[in-house]
Structure formats: C-alpha cells, structure tokens
Design a protein around this ligand. Structure first.
Ligand SMILES: NC(=O)C1=CN([C@@H]2O[C@H](COP(=O)(O)OP(=O)(O)OC[C@H]3O[C@@H](n4cnc5c(N)ncnc54)[C@H](OP(=O)(O)O)[C@@H]3O)[C@@H](O)[C@H]2O)C=CC1
Ligand SMILES: Nc1nc(=O)c2c([nH]1)NC[C@@H]1CN(c3ccc(C(=O)N[C@@H](CCC(=O)O)C(=O)O)cc3)C=[N+]21
Length: 286
C-alpha cells in the first residue's frame, strides 16, 4: 500500500496564513509589526537562498524584516556588536544568525550572544535548557516543524516508539526531547549505533536527520510507520534529495514527507511562528 503524503508546503502555508492574522493583532495593539533581524555572513549561495526565502515568507505574513548581509571578512567582534544592537532594538522580536558562519567566527559564542528573549531559532543554551526541563519557550524551528507534521497526520505520539536518526544540537537532540515531552518512547541513533536497521524497524515514528542521500531504505522501515525526512542533500545532477529513499519507502510506510516540499518549508514557517509569538509576549497579547 502506498503511504499518504505529509505535504509540508501546504501545511506551512496554513501556518503562515494563521500567523498573518496574529501579526495584524500585534500591529493593531502596538503600532509596530513583529520584527525579525536576519544576519547573514559571507557568500555561501545556499545560505543566501534560504535567507531570501525566509524574508519573503516574513513579508507575506506581515512581519518586518531587518536585513543584514555582512562580508565574510567580518570579525567576531563586529558581529557581536551588531547582535548587541539588535538585542536592544524594540522593533526587533526575533534574531536569526544564519549558519554556517565563516570558520574564524565561533558560532557557539555568537549563538549565546543572541538574547534568549529574541532567540527565534531556539538555539540559545537557555532555551535548550528550558526544553530539557520540560518548559520550552523558544523551540528550535526544524524539530518544531517535524512535530507539527506528525500531528497533522492524526497519528498520536503518546506511547509510540520514536526513533530519531541523528543527534545534532539543532535537529536530532531537540527533536528527541520534544517527542519525549509528548510521551513517546524515544531512541536516538548516530554514527556509532549498532544494528541501525533493526532499531529503525522498531519505529512507529521514524525521524531522519543525518545528511546522507537515500540512506534509509525500505528494509529499515516498519509497515505503516510515519517517516519524516529532514535531510537536504545535493545529488550529482544538482537536485535536492532527502535522507530517505522515497519511492521504495513510500510503498511500505503509512505516512511519508517528501524533499523538497516537506520539512524545509515548515522550518521557515516555525521561524515566523517563533517571531510572532515573541512579539505577542512582548506586547502582552494572550
Ligand atoms: N530542512 C531543514 O530545514 C533542515 C535540514 N537539515 C538537514 O538535515 C540533515 C542533518 O542536519 P544536522 O542535524 O545539522 O547534521 P549534522 O551533520 O550536524 O549531524 C548528523 C548526525 O547524523 C549522524 N550520522 C551521520 N552518519 C550516520 C550514519 N551513517 N548512521 C547513523 N547516524 C549517522 C551523526 O552522528 P555522530 O553524532 O555520531 O557524528 C550526527 O549525529 C542535513 O542533511 C541537513 O542539511 C538541517 C537543518 C534544517
Ligand atoms: N540559523 C539558522 N537557522 C536555520 O533554520 C538554518 C540555518 N541557520 N542554516 C541552514 C539550515 C537549513 N535550513 C533550511 C530551511 C529551509 C529549507 C527549505 O525550505 N527547503 C525547500 C527547498 C529549497 C530549495 O529548493 O533549495 C524544501 O525543502 O522544499 C531548507 C533548509 C535552515 N537552516
């Protein structure tokens, strides 16, 4: 039986429509739109595309974008000075520092410099800690989007076996914590995991974020499982491809998300969601 498709693009559109209404409320109450500062250092072409997509989505939802494109020669001190300015700017409710940063800049120092109150990416250790102890404020956008995608299927998370492939601080680890918070039984796999295929076959929910094209094959998937593909890999012919071997796996899974058109658009929608949420908090809108 062919799996049902989790259409991240359509779901993201729904989320963004709802946010436009919320953003309008903020504007009506405070006289200013929710504001997102976007900071991009260097000339990585993929990063420029991502940031442009984020900015376009913001504008459509009625979010003010404060755009900063800095040369790759920018020093860490200069970047920190800009972040301090945005931390203090009342028109700004969210700050996005696009990753990766140039090698001479320590991204840990930079992410910690962003005010936890404006951390729309959810990358600050304070916000990570809030997630660990079960009272999240800003949740990281990609895992938050994955949770919304699971919820959109109507499959309950509570009591299910969830297997997360990948343990990065921006995807795998926070995603595992969000699933745990929702009472799934969670296993986290990584490059040292033994019998990975057997662990994956146990999964009712299989969430894949490793960055290896078509790594997850049909023999690793339980019949009827929900499979969400976070991976974005470039194939030799320049196409975008996920970590899941889509065609064969979709014959076995119950639900599956595509790449492109899956987690990517939801990540952007969640950045907007966090920005609007932050503006509402600061404006005292319930
Ligand atoms: N669509 C979106 O919005 C986003 C997509 N992405 C994509 O998601 C993917 C993962 O990103 P990110 O989390 O940043 O990646 P990282 O490279 O930071 O982490 C990859 C993780 O996968 C694990 N891993 C690598 N190879 C294997 C293997 N053969 N078997 C089991 N585990 C393995 C690594 O294990 P170990 O820790 O042992 O090294 C590591 O934990 C990438 O393709 C990235 O482009 C990321 C962010 C947002
Ligand atoms: N501070 C920071 N926050 C991030 O959230 C962040 C980051 N840095 N650095 C890079 C990763 C990657 N990422 C993506 C966002 C959207 C798509 C996306 O919308 N992709 C489209 C396709 C786009 C295309 O065609 O290239 C899709 O999957 O349909 C992909 C990847 C956010 N990231």
């Amino acid at each position: 039986m062919a799996a049902k498709l989790i259409d991240g693009k359509a779901l993201a559109q729904q989320v963004r429509d709802g946010l436009a209404a919320q953003a309008a409320k903020v504007l009506a109450k405070t006289g200013t739109k929710p504001g997102l500062a976007t900071i991009l250092v260097g000339d990585d072409p993929a990063s420029h595309v991502y940031v442009k997509n984020k900015q376009k989505a913001c504008e459509l939802a009625g979010i003010y974008v404060d755009d900063h494109k800095l040369p790759s020669s920018t020093t860490q001190a200069e970047l920190l000075a800009l972040i301090d300015k945005k931390n203090a700017d009342p028109k700004i409710h969210g700050i996005l520092v696009q990753l990766p940063l140039p090698k001479h800049i320590d991204s840990k120092v930079i992410l910690e410099a962003v005010s936890p109150d404006k951390d729309a990416d959810g990358f600050h250790p304070y916000n990570f800690g809030r997630l660990v102890e079960g009272h999240p404020v800003f949740e990281a956008c990609t895992p938050k989007g994955v949770i919304k995608m699971i919820e959109s299927t109507g499959v309950t998370i509570e009591g299910k076996r969830a297997v997360v492939l990948g343990r990065s601080n921006i995807v795998g680890k926070p995603l595992a914590l969000m699933l745990l918070q929702r009472n799934a039984t969670v296993t986290i796999c990584h490059s040292k995991t033994k019998d990975l295929a057997a662990v994956c076959r146990e999964a009712d929910l299989l969430l894949v974020a490793i960055g290896k094209a078509k790594f997850v094959t049909a023999d690793m998937v339980r019949e009827g499982a929900v499979v969400i593909d976070v991976g974005t890999n470039k194939t030799s012919d320049g196409k975008l491809c996920g970590d899941v071997d889509f065609e064969p796996v979709s014959q076995k899974a119950g639900w599956i998300s595509p790449v492109p058109g899956g987690v990517g658009p939801m990540t952007i929608a969640m950045l907007l969601d966090n920005t609007v949420e932050s503006a509402r908090r600061m404006a005292g809108i319930a």
